[in-house]
Each structure stands twice: as C-alpha cells, then as structure tokens.
Design a protein around this ligand. Structure first.
Ligand code: TMP
Length: 247
C-alpha cells in the first residue's frame, strides 16, 4: 500500500488504511487465515483477492436491496474503499442450519435445519475468546441501546433473506454467517467487515446424496484442503450468475 496512507488498524484477515477523505478508509484483504482465535494460522496465496472480490459482489447486492453498508467501491483486486465506521464490538452470527459451535455447546444435532433463523451474539474480544452474550449482558455492558440492537437484529434477518436466496441460485446452502456493524460519522448503523467464505458457511448443493461439501473456511479449520479451489469456485459461480443475469 502507498505509504501516504496511514495504517489505522490491522486485524487477522484485513488491514485498514486512512483515505484522502477523512470519512473513508481503504481496506486491504490479506492472504492470512486464522481459526480458533488464531491458534491455527496459515497463508493462502490469492485468498485476499478472492474475499475482496466476493465481498464486493455481495455488498453490491445488499446495497441494491437498500441495506446500509460501509461499502463504497473496489479500489483494486484486494482493496476496497469504505465509509469509516466505529465498529460495535459484537459478532452477530445467524444460523439457518445447526453446525459448528452450536452443536459443540448444545445437544442439537449437526445438520439440523432450524425452524427459524437463530441469532447468536458474541463479544468481539480476542482476549476473552469472543464469549456468547445475552441481551441482558449487552445491556449491562452498555455496548449499544436496546433500539440499536433491535435494528441490527432486524438488518441481520433481512440480510439472511437476501443472501440465502442469492446463494441458492448458485447452488449453495447458506448454513450460517457472522456480521459486524458500526456507526458512521452521522451515527448511522452500517454493515461493516466482509461477507466471504471466511465468515459464511456455504455447502455445495450440487451433490448427488446428502454429503456435506464445505466451500468455505471450514476447509482450513478442519484440514480438508482445497481452500483456494473452494473460494475460487464461489467467486466463479457468483460472477457467472451476475453475467448471465445482465443479458
Ligand atoms: P461457529 O459455529 O464457530 O460459532 O461459527 C458460526 C459462523 O460464524 C461461521 O459461519 C463462521 C463464522 N465465524 C466468524 O466469522 N468468525 C469467528 O471468529 C467465528 C468463531 C465464527
């Protein structure tokens, strides 16, 4: 990155730089991958570019459907321009199908289709290992107002509705995903972070039987191999779908 831009924040998978306009930032997607709160680390050449391109397409789709997001535009293959937001330290997870930590922490069987989407909210705090919160704990910690929490939950449900049907069109089942929101300079709540196979579970629906084929970060978490191949496949399906529907 051009050194006239100041590094404001470095996370596990992204770097955030200043922009000439103080209300905007430049987000660079890294090739680094971490899992289990960075206990497991690796680098996958091309992951940053794929996640930036996939996120761009998803943000464009959400903007079209009037979801407020931080996304402004793609700068180049692995960087995007976004509105500067103050991230709310909550990780909003929505689950359509039971998998991952839900099945480790409850008696719900892996693969159970949930009668309605389940929203689990975690504290974004690596030192505390992102603990699961309750509404009362959120209120007690004064992280956000009850109104803003309702707004975020409502947006998350809307985003699920849009994404679930979008992914179904390209033969992918949206199992679950994690979102982050923040406040812009005018105190509007915007969807932030990224939407990519790093923070969504996507299962291939092009399977003859019920075998689960993950095309997301579970390939890295569970040592399944083929991480870049899976992310490339998601990117290819999204682009083919968009091209086909433009005609
Ligand atoms: P979980 O089953 O491990 O709680 O994950 C639920 C979803 O949230 C899954 O799509 C992966 C995503 N996720 C993140 O994006 N970041 C995280 O730190 C964790 C734990 C999960």
């Amino acid at each position: 990155m051009n050194n006239k831009y100041e590094l404001i924040y470095e996370g596990k998978a992204k770097k955030v730089f200043s922009h000439d306009d103080a209300d905007k930032v430049i987000i660079e997607f890294k090739d680094d991958a971490t899992a289990f709160n960075a206990l497991k680390k690796a680098k996958f050449e091309g992951k940053g570019k794929l996640n930036c391109l996939i996120s761009t397409r998803i943000f464009e789709l959400l903007v079209e459907k009037n979801i407020p997001t931080h996304f402004i535009g793609l700068k180049n293959e692995n960087t995007m321009i976004a509105h500067k937001i103050k991230i709310i330290p909550l990780e909003i997870v929505l689950r359509n199908t039971a998998y991952g930590s839900l099945c480790k922490q409850t008696t719900i069987k892996s693969g159970t289709v949930l009668a309605k989407p389940l929203i689990d909210i975690y504290l974004k705090d690596d030192e505390l290992n992102d603990p699961l919160l309750t509404k009362d704990r959120i209120e007690l910690m004064k992280i956000i107002s009850a109104n803003d929490l309702d707004l975020i939950i409502d947006l998350t449900l809307k985003i699920n509705f849009i994404l679930k049907s979008f992914f179904k069109n390209i033969h992918l089942h949206l199992v679950d995903f994690k979102l982050e929101f923040g406040y812009d300079a005018e105190n509007n709540i915007l969807l932030g972070d990224e939407i990519s196979p790093d923070n969504c579970r996507l299962w291939d629906l092009n399977q003859k039987n019920d075998t689960i084929v993950s095309l997301d970060k579970d390939r890295f978490r569970n040592d399944l191999g083929g991480v870049i191949e899976a992310y490339s496949e998601i990117n290819r399906r999204i682009n083919d779908f968009i091209l086909f529907n433009k005609k």
